[in-house]
Design a protein around this ligand. Structure first.
Ligand code: 26V
Length: 826
């Protein structure tokens, strides 16, 4: 299945939409696809046969979608993303095709439990966190909205590591997601694309015009693997195309022929390393050569693919902006900009200005961070060695751009230095965010506050220069996966209340608002929560041997482990509650019982983050077993938090922890998933929390902490964390307890780095926000004791969060950035 130019294929029909039709297809797949009889089939055989059966139902839609899009000559979105965190595919395909009941019944007639087969699927963890999951939500929405989109990315052989705990400390295991078969992918080696690296450039005379050509030193092949992106019950299936690196034939033949067999095999491994492993997001971005290879590899393949395989053969590239918008998901794919220029100028022999005019209309850039250390730069030395022609092109783009700036601001040398795409210190390097901003038609942040700070703090000169280039699109999440699929009980309740339309029109949740005042509805809503908690409990018992206490508030903090997200603030709260209980200050029976659930992976090289994971687990080990606590506090930290676990954890939550330091979290998307599933948020005025609070209302959101401008004032005044330690007794006691070794069998050294960091550095103002956080948690306790009031707030959180559908985000992108259109049935 591929988007090549051939159309007019014979119609492909889907298997029958009936229990008998399904059973027939399933057994056929088991026998002829897996080569086993039902009696001898393992769970994995059955899962693979089921997956292949379900994808057959999608196949006709896929081909039809491509035909329609081709015939319509519609503008496509090419979403360029180094990460996609898709989650499991089976259930999503089932809800998209409305096959769940048929499949459940059909399998049951064969004595098979659908739930058992679901569990067989290993999710493709081809991303780190929010950025990758957002990409997956966006492609889901575009398919559901019938908007042509190809998601382009990398088929990592090893995705995000599998996290285990050994004595409470994180240990990483390789993620072998492909090892038991990959039934959702369609490899197309016949559409492989060569990608070149290294070498040098030379100029030559082309009929009186001086031109440049790149003479590369080595190359690899990009093999496309297609994945279906089914729209929700709309007959559409878009494509996600992930690239895998292979050695080129030319490359091996040369060496094999020279008799160097072992070297040839080694060369193959070298080429295939490019798509071998996902880079974990780290505390400091490393200028890793392999990472730049990955970035260029996938964008070079993607642009070539679009131009040569998706567009019609006689297509005039001057019209490219009418047919494509390349959306740059952060700076990872920004090398696509000089690549398109290289194709137009060197290969198609266009004038520079002509090429630049087209290129500038084909790209838009989304920034996903505010941390200066997370902004990518590539040393000129490395870029020049790996992609010499691209470096020349970047220089030329920069020269032309700075000449323009100089004209507008004559004599303003400092401004030129600030705005240069090339940084001179600490080493000469290319600022990828600047390149993206100069080249992109639009630049957007991912929440209102983030977009404002992006304009004012990260790219102030650029937003002054091009005020209209900057825009905001607040992130969203797909209601298909994060409500309909993850929370069937709530979905049923919502459908009873407002009808089924909400799944693709989430603002309809508003119609539930009056039901917050209906006691019977609140009762049903609580039953849904209780059911979801039971479901979580069963999963955690099966998965990790964890048992949750009954009738406790479930307080959840799940997200990547990073200091700016402040998991330590949560730990300090738990430790201080514990300390107050054991010192007799707090009666444990006077507060609602709480389960503190964490889920977080730390980048393998990020020492402090791994320490914090160790601390959480060690605090849990002490608190959970101390009889004086009387079960009032329980800490659970199931390992390997991923999309699959999120789907069971989030629907069970009562309280959502969104406690980053104001001005640091670009948006957050977990915050939206919790609100949509009826958890109340305790959060700072940061990222999309700001918009959540505005929508759900202050009375239904626990706000605490410094506001962003206050953070700046505190820092400017010379922040001294030790002052808070000295002045706040509760805080001091909590920190002292950690420092005493109470959570490390009396060893004071184990958590000393965390303690000393908090007392002497505390870059993210944990101590400054502690008191405010504790007070907000007291408000949470009081509110939770009012069961009816809490339920009312929870219902209003659901009813007022329709804005956070990724469908809305996609309409905003279409409106403000892409100007693409749905392709409607003809
Ligand atoms: C990368 C790095 C690299 C080294 C320095 C520390 C650091 C910190 C964060 C990152 C991730 C940057 C990109 C990213 O994943 N951003 C996330 O994007 C989400 C989707 O827009 C958004 O909801 C999160 O707030 C944002 O952190």
């Amino acid at each position: 299945m591929t988007e090549n130019r051939a159309n007019g294929t014979a119609p492909v029909t889907a298997p029958q939409h009936s229990v008998e039709g399904f059973v027939k297809e399933f057994l056929r797949e088991l026998h002829f696809g897996q080569g086993v009889t039902l009696a001898r089939a393992s769970d994995n055989d059955q899962y693979l046969a089921l997956a292949r059966t379900v994808r057959e139902y999608l196949m006709a839609r896929w081909l039809e979608t491509l035909r329609r899009q081709f015939d319509a000559q519609a503008k496509s979105v090419a979403y360029l993303s180094a990460e996609y965190l898709l989650g499991r595919q089976l259930d999503n395909a089932l809800i998209a095709t409305d096959l769940t009941e048929i499949v459940e019944e059909g399998l049951a007639s064969l004595g098979i439990d659908l739930a058992t087969l679901r569990e067989q699927e290993v999710e493709p963890g081809l991303g780190n966190g929010g950025l990758g999951r957002l990409a997956a939500c966006f492609v889901d929405s575009l398919a559901t909205m019938s908007v042509p989109c190809i998601g382009y990315g990398i088929r990592y052989e090893y995705g995000i590591f599998r996290q285990t705990f050994v004595d409470g400390w994180q240990v990483e295991q390789p993620d072998t997601w492909l090892s038991l078969g990959a039934p959702w992918e369609f490899p197309h080696p016949e559409h492989s694309v060569p990608v070149h690296f290294g070498g040098h450039t030379e100029t030559y005379d082309d009929g009186g015009v001086e031109r440049t050509r790149w003479v590369p030193a080595w190359d690899v092949l990009g093999v496309p693997y297609n994945y279906m992106v089914p729209g929700y019950q709309n007959g559409r299936v878009n494509t996600l195309r992930l690239w895998s690196a292979r050695a080129t034939k030319a490359f091996d033949l040369q060496i094999f022929n020279s008799g160097e067999y072992v070297d040839a095999v080694r060369a193959q491994t070298f080429a295939e390393n490019i798509s071998k492993v996902l880079y974990p997001e780290d505390s400091t971005p490393q200028g890793k050569e392999l990472r730049l290879q990955q970035q260029y590899f996938f964008v070079a393949c993607s642009i070539r693919d679009f131009v040569e395989n998706v567009l019609p053969e006689d297509f005039d590239l001057h019209d490219l902006p009418e047919r494509i918008i390349f959306q740059l998901n952060d700076t990872h794919p920004v090398i696509a900009v000089p690549e398109l220029m290289r194709i137009l100028v060197d290969e198609k022999k266009w004038d520079w200005d002509e090429a630049w005019a087209v290129t500038q209309k084909c790209f838009a850039y989304t920034c996903h961070t505010l941390l200066p250390e997370a902004l990518e730069v590539w040393p000129v030395e490395l870029l020049g060695r790996l992609l010499p022609r691209h470096l020349e092109i970047i220089y030329r783009i920069n020269d032309d751009f700075l000449a323009e700036v100089a004209q507008r601001f004559p004599g303003d040398e400092l401004r030129l230095r600030r705005m240069s795409i090339i940084a001179e210190h600490p080493e000469r390097s290319v600022r990828m965010a600047y390149l993206a901003t100069v080249a992109g038609a639009k630049v957007n942040g991912v929440a209102e506050l983030h977009s404002q700070l992006l304009r004012d703090k990260v790219l102030p000169d650029f937003s002054e220069y091009w005020p209209d280039k900057f825009t905001n699109v607040t992130n969203g999440v797909t209601p298909r996966r994060f409500v309909r699929l993850a929370n069937p009980a709530l979905s049923e309740l919502i459908t009873d209340a407002v009808g089924p339309g909400w799944v693709t029109d989430l603002e309809r949740l508003r119609e539930m608002e009056p039901l917050a005042d209906d006691a019977e509805f609140r009762e049903r809503f609580r039953a849904v929560k209780a059911h979801n908690k039971d479901r979580l409990n069963a999963l955690l018992q099966r998965r990790d041997g964890i048992t949750l206490p009954a009738d406790a508030m479930l307080d959840v903090m799940v997200k990547r482990l990073h200091e700016y997200k402040r998991q330590t603030l949560k730990v300090l709260h738990i430790v201080s509650q514990y300390e107050r209980i054991v010192s007799g200050e707090l009666d444990p029976t006077s507060i609602p019982r709480r389960v503190f659930a964490f889920g977080a992976k730390a980048a393998p090289g990020y020492k402090m983050a791994k320490q914090i994971i160790g601390l959480i687990n060690h605090v849990g080990a002490v608190v959970n077993t101390d009889p004086r606590v009387q079960g009032a506090l329980t800490v659970v930290f199931p390992p390997n938090y991923n999309v699959t676990l999120a789907e069971t954890l989030i629907p069970a939550a009562d309280l959502s922890e969104q406690i980053s330091l104001a001005g640091k979290e670009a948006s957050g998307t977990g915050n939206m998933k919790f609100a949509l599933n009826g958890a109340l948020t305790i959060g700072t005025d940061d990222g999309a929390n700001v918009e959540i609070r505005q929508l759900v209302g202050d009375d239904h959101f626990f706000l605490f902490g410094l506001l962003e401008p206050q953070v700046e004032q505190v820092v400017a005044a010379g922040y001294e964390p030790s002052r808070y330690y000295e002045e706040n007794r509760t805080l001091r006691r909590a920190i002292d307890l950690i420092a005493s070794g109470a959570f490390a069998n009396g060893d004071r050294k184990v958590f000393e780095p965390i303690v000393s960091n908090l007392l002497h550095e505390d870059r993210f103002l944990v101590l400054a926000d502690f008191q405010s956080y504790v007070e907000a948690q007291e408000r949470v306790d009081a509110a939770y004791l009012d069961t009816e009031g809490w339920t009312r707030s929870a219902i209003l959180n659901v009813a007022r969060s329709g804005f956070f559908s990724s469908d809305r985000s996609m309409w905003d992108y279409i409106d403000r950035i892409w100007h693409a259109q749905p392709v409607v049935a003809r």
